[in-house]
Ligand binder design. Structure first.
Ligand SMILES: [Cu+2]
Length: 386
């Protein structure tokens, strides 16, 4: 399949229907929309094209430039409500540089929740894709598409990964838990730290090496990771929070849709709505590895969980069980027949949290919440198909 064939019109996928909720809409609707795919659903010719573009971008210094920008603005784009809009704009910028090399460059994402139970065994982290752990003592990565690269920022060094949790990455966050946060969180002031200090943090920390640092864009996993987080923000947005933007800006003032994003000097409002302005992309779920919480999984939750547990952790599923029937999907038990209990996620390191200007209260909130969720699911006898 040619990459150009995934570009389809906005009308065809119903994005235009969103205009009814877009009182704040200031951007023109895109005339065509391209689709960001999960990495493992790329064909080999698509992946070869992406790899060639990334090598050319490395040759021309773009990895170093994005690492420099991210590192420079680090304190302004983490630990406050700039987190989601800045990173959406930043990944978009990367993608548009890629398109200069070949318009077929479309930033893929990694659905890390699907691999949460044993991420070290993910196909994504194998030699045919982005490669795996670095090799002791210097943790230089020796396989995958960045094997043997010399990164230039902050100074010349071999491209590094250094898996945490004794080299096995531990466990990350289940699709169920991430979906629970998407259903429960009603403000950006809550949603941002919940994601930043759960899935966002654990991937940076556990991959380690360049990913651990302020210059994490040296690792292309950064862009796979942040495209996925952007996808989660979009899932949250389309659940009735399209224009929700509150909480602190980097200077401690209240953020608003008119606040400018660091580096780009463009208002946050310009990136809020996918399918409008420059944001002419959408996200596809992976047809091969089914990822999103579709009707089947929601049905599983409804059938397994006592009413009060369901209402506490999945309020939208509890309120509108009929709505889930509208989503057609492959049964989750095609993947794992009986399911297993959800494991506790690997905790974040103190050092990394300090580097990210994390407020201890926000971190403790999500860490305790994630453990309570695991306990509640286990108490209810819920076994995840993932
Ligand atoms: Cu960042």
């Amino acid at each position: 399949m040619k990459l150009s064939s995934v570009i389809i019109s906005a009308a065809a996928i119903g994005l235009s229907a969103l205009s009814s909720v877009s009182a704040q809409q200031t951007q023109p609707a895109c005339s065509s929309i391209y689709t960001r795919q999960e990495l493992l659903s790329l064909s080999s010719s698509q992946w070869n094209l992406v790899k060639a573009i990334l090598s050319a971008m490395q040759r021309d210094g773009w990895f170093g430039w994005f690492a420099y920008i991210h590192n420079t603005y680090f304190g302004q784009i983490h630990g406050n409500s700039q987190f989601f809009p800045f990173h959406r704009r930043f990944v978009y910028e990367w993608e548009s540089i890629g398109k200069r090399y070949n318009p077929g460059y479309i930033q893929p994402y990694w659905d890390e929740m699907r691999d949460y139970r044993a991420p070290a065994t993910s196909q994504v982290l194998t030699p045919n894709w982005v490669g795996g752990n670095g090799v002791s003592p210097n943790w230089c990565v020796q396989n995958g598409n960045q094997a043997g690269w010399t990164m230039t920022f902050p100074n010349n060094h071999c491209f590094q990964r250094n898996y945490g949790n004794n080299g096995n990455l531990g466990s990350w966050y289940s699709p169920e838990y991430i979906n629970s946060m998407i259903q429960r969180d009603t403000t950006m002031a809550r949603f941002r730290p919940d994601i930043e200090y759960s899935l966002h943090g654990v991937v940076h920390i556990n991959i380690g090496g360049d990913m651990y640092q302020g210059y994490s864009p040296n690792d292309w996993i950064f862009f796979l990771h942040h495209a996925n987080l952007d996808r989660l923000w979009w899932q949250w947005q389309v659940g009735g929070r399209m224009w929700t933007m509150d909480g602190p800006n980097y200077d401690g003032s209240n953020i608003s849709l008119n606040s400018n994003m660091p580096q780009f000097n463009e208002p946050i409002s310009s990136v809020m709505q996918l399918g409008y302005g420059k944001m002419c992309y959408q996200y596809a779920s992976n047809p091969l590895r089914r990822r999103d919480l579709g009707a089947d999984l929601q049905q599983r939750l409804i059938q397994t969980l006592p009413k009060n547990t369901l209402a506490a952790w999945f309020p939208q599923t509890a309120k509108t069980p009929a709505a889930v029937n509208l989503i057609a999907s492959v049964p989750a038990n095609n993947e794992t027949s009986n399911g297993q209990y959800i494991p506790y996620p690997t905790p974040l390191t103190k050092e990394w949290l300090e580097m990210h200007f994390a407020k201890p209260g926000e971190v403790q909130h999500v860490e305790a919440d994630a453990r309570k969720f695991v306990d509640a699911m286990r108490a209810a006898g819920y076994k995840s198909p993932y």
